[in-house]
Design a protein around this ligand. Structure first.
Ligand SMILES: Cc1cc2nc3c(=O)[nH]c(=O)nc-3n(C[C@H](O)[C@H](O)[C@H](O)COP(=O)(O)OP(=O)(O)OC[C@H]3O[C@@H](n4cnc5c(N)ncnc54)[C@H](O)[C@@H]3O)c2cc1C
Ligand code: FES
Length: 259
């Protein structure tokens, strides 16, 4: 499990501007919210949430933001990558009516959890937030599984004009929500946590990762929590005590970078 398995890309398709999903053969079970370490030979190895999963095939959905994701973006059917994992804890779904809030590529890591909620016949309201209309994705897929989908864009090009967290605040006023699940920009998730008050809350965090095995300490937050092993999904009760949450992350050298 900790040595990359070399596999070939089976499909590669555009989801939105600068966002692609690639699928590859990789057998085994995955819990919604877990991630893989994806090795792009000659470039880098990076963490990616599992956005698509069958018994034999898996998929990841990513935005082209730098060297590794650009290289992934340019790979074609038949090209080789290395996969290790799945790693991390994943979400635990509780309650009858769940609110999912995905900002940017965050909806990619929530997708399997939303589909699992619908399979369990739970009510799912999903907010997908993006900067603008052409960066939205998975809207159709989420509707198809029976979720109620609401969209927000920062520039108002479609859906609610404003941040996904603001739209969530309206939903929380209008509907009885039993639990909130989120992934996206950390300041958005921190704002949501403040709105939640007593509602159970789980958020998936992104930190720079190297080993993904809990050994190197690169992804530590708070007092010794490792995002790769103790997360990436953290409970609201834990996040409330973590000073770094929504404030800073660390780069490859360990230097603090303010959000
Ligand atoms: C658990 C987890 C799940 C993720 N899932 C997704 C996903 O489903 N879709 C998606 O688009 N992105 C996801 N990411 C973010 C993704 O890993 C980074 O965007 C990617 O590593 C950028 O690499 P790059 O070389 O293209 O960009 P770079 O130019 O290296 O960096 C661009 C940005 O990505 C960050 N980054 C670079 N390398 C890493 C690393 N090894 N670990 C974490 N962050 C890094 C940098 O700090 C910088 O902010 C996830 C991150 C984590 C930790
Ligand atoms: S990435 Fe090494 S401890 Fe988490």
């Amino acid at each position: 499990m900790n040595i990359p398995t070399i596999t070939s890309i089976v499909t590669s398709f555009n989801e939105a501007s600068d966002i692609k999903t690639i699928t590859f053969t990789y057998p085994g079970d995955v819990s919604p919210g877990q991630f893989f370490m994806v090795w792009i030979p000659g470039v880098d190895e990076i963490p990616m949430s599992v956005s698509f999963a069958t018994k034999t095939m898996k998929g990841i959905t990513f935005r082209n933001v730098g060297d590794a994701t650009l290289a992934l973006y340019q790979l074609k059917k038949g090209d080789k990558i290395g996969i290790r994992g799945p790693y991390g804890n994943g979400f635990s779904l509780k309650g009858k009516h769940l609110l999912f809030v995905g900002g940017g590529t965050g909806i990619a890591m929530l997708a399997l959890a939303i589909e699992q909620a619908r399979k369990k016949k739970l009510k799912a309201t999903v907010i997908i937030g993006a900067k603008t209309k052409n960066q939205l994705f998975f809207e159709g897929r989420m509707r198809q599984c029976g979720a109620t989908v609401l969209v927000s864009t920062d520039d108002g090009s479609t859906g609610y004009k404003g941040y996904a967290s603001e739209l969530a605040k309206h939903v929380l006023k209008e509907k009885h929500i039993d639990a909130i699940y989120t992934c996206g920009p950390e300041q958005m998730m921190k704002t949501l946590l403040l709105y939640c008050k007593t509602i159970p809350f789980q958020a998936s965090l992104e930190r720079y990762m190297k080993c993904a095995l809990g050994l190197c300490g690169q992804c530590c937050i708070g007092k010794g929590l490792r995002v790769c092993l103790d997360g990436p999904v953290f409970d609201g009760t834990v996040l409330k005590k973590i000073k770094d949450f929504g404030v800073y992350h660390r780069d490859a050298s360990g230097r603090k970078i303010l959000f």
